[in-house]
Write a protein that binds this ligand. Sequence first.
Ligand SMILES: *[C@@H]1O[C@H](CO)[C@@H](O)[C@H](O)[C@H]1NC(C)=O
Ligand SMILES: *[C@@H]1O[C@H](CO)[C@@H](O)[C@H](O)[C@H]1NC(C)=O
Ligand SMILES: *[C@@H]1O[C@H](CO)[C@@H](O)[C@H](O)[C@H]1NC(C)=O
Length: 331
Amino acid sequence: MRVSLSTAVLVAAALSSSASANPIRTTRSSDHQPRELLQLPGIWIENIAVRHNGDLLLTTIGKGDIYSLNPSRPNSKPQIVAEFDQISAAAGITEIHKDVFAITGAQYSLEVGFTPGSIQMIRADFSKDRCGSHKNTTAPAIDFILRGSDVGPLNGLVSLPSHPSYVLGADSTKGLVWRVDTTSGEAEVAIEDDLLTPGPVGPYDFGVNGLKIFGDYLYFTCTKRRALGRVKIDEFGHKVEPAELVAVFGDGNSTAATDDFVMDKKGNAFVTVRPNLLYKVSPDGEKTVVMNDTIVAPASVALSRNEKKLFVVTAGDEAASIGGQVVELDI
Ligand SMILES: *[C@@H]1O[C@H](CO)[C@@H](O)[C@H](O)[C@H]1NC(C)=O
Ligand SMILES: *[C@@H]1O[C@H](CO)[C@@H](O)[C@H](O)[C@H]1NC(C)=O
Ligand SMILES: *[C@@H]1O[C@H](CO)[C@@H](O)[C@H](O)[C@H]1NC(C)=O
């Protein structure tokens, strides 16, 4: 496989910064090249949300910590702003009220996947954060919505636009979608469909993974089916029509696997596909490659608030000493 210049540059940056305690920021001359904002040695960055002040919230697998990063300040240091209780993975994150986020975590290992019964869900309230984005401290109020339960464990999360304190959560293991009332912690299975379940082929035994709502549809990725799909829902998050495929990435024995994604205001989806791709999928399902081989194990992606930048987070590659990265790209 041909290795592009930008791959070499990013990987070189990755290798050099993983050796030091403080990941370096790499700046490039061309605006359309990806820029590494952060690398966390030995840690897999799983998901990302963008606060109203532009700061990035990052969920990670390793110790299950949640980091905050100001992407606009050169050499900005990541800060741990929330932690779970004795679990290794922080996974899904969604905003449920202005500057208040629901975040899920669970015990996770490559061998077992998510451990049943290990779910935790917290509410991280940044709305009373008096330090704001100009100071270097950010301390949300944290409380537990769920701690150990039959629910999930949940991977991607999305809040319902008409009832934002209710979230839908992707149960990647069972291949279905739960709805959780973040006020009471009550949960029920909201959506079951074949397209949410792990398919017969593909490298990871994960079904539904990322979730976003656009119009009347819940869009989702299904990892083992290598697919982006959608299912029509009502305002309470219940299925009203069978799910359908929007795009499929790779076939046969391809190692492609869809992870999480984001959608812009026009309905385009930006989808991370393991091992090294980011695709744009138009509302009618047309696929364009945005990044090929410039990232290692992309896990999720977010848009800046003005939708002019993409932030891609990655799991990295421990064997190659590449930590989880946050990479910024102008679009
Ligand atoms: C926060 O800012 C103070 C004052 O500028 C500085 O002394 C401290 O090292 C900073 N802490 C971090 C984590 O950057
Ligand atoms: C997938 O791999 C199996 C086992 O190596 C092989 O028998 C099969 O022909 C392959 N399928 C495709 C579509 O390449
Ligand atoms: C990614 O780039 C490689 C090397 O140029 C190429 O062989 C491959 O087909 C590309 N993948 C996609 C999905 O475009």
